[in-house]
Design a protein. Sequence first.
Length: 54
Amino acid sequence: MKKIIPIEEGDFYWTPEGYRCFTAQYLLKREYCCESGCRHCPYGFNKKSNSTKA
């Protein structure tokens, strides 16, 4: 079971299309890469090459 991380100020913003976009601040608190190609991925995952930066 994944741990629940409370949402805090600066963890996300709303895109012009109305989607919630998580920031690197939140993704670092989550402590793992979901490999979905997140816009602000602090782990360096590249969806095109399916790999992370070393």
